[in-house]
Design a protein around this ligand. Sequence first.
Ligand code: UDP
Ligand code: MG
Length: 137
Amino acid sequence: MERTLAIIKPDAVARRLVGKIIGRIEEAGFRIRAMRRVNLSKGDAEGFYAVHRERPFFASLTDFMSSGPAIVMVLEAPDGIKKWRALMGATDPAVADAGTLRKDFAESIERNATHGSDAPDTAAYEIGYFFAGIDLT
Ligand code: UDP
Ligand code: MG
């Protein structure tokens, strides 16, 4: 089993897509090991996306991520990191495969409905960012 950090981003929460997205997560066979609703400050979003701080989209991305509530989750499945990224689809919904969450629910490359960790080290950092000290067994 492998854990990953998933976020239902503020665009999808505002559009009341939480239930649909969680339904797709369960249908795909993930276990939800932890879940909560967060209101990220600008600083929280900057810390979470620190690896992107030199990128041209950083200011806009962190404004967006702190614009309203989001749902953060720890998902678990065999090969869970890759499996969750496959269910999400490509970052840009214009090129995301049919049947992926971003194809079905994203509004744009920025407002793209979901987040997923991209590797074991980032998953560990991101899970700790939101669920530090919480017993996930
Ligand atoms: N993003 C953006 N413009 C871009 C690339 C990314 O606004 O050209 C945003 C988008 O919300 C994306 C996030 O920044 O999900 C993090 O980018 P990353 O390349 O890590 O994509 P992801 O891992 O989320 O697919
Ligand atoms: Mg990423």
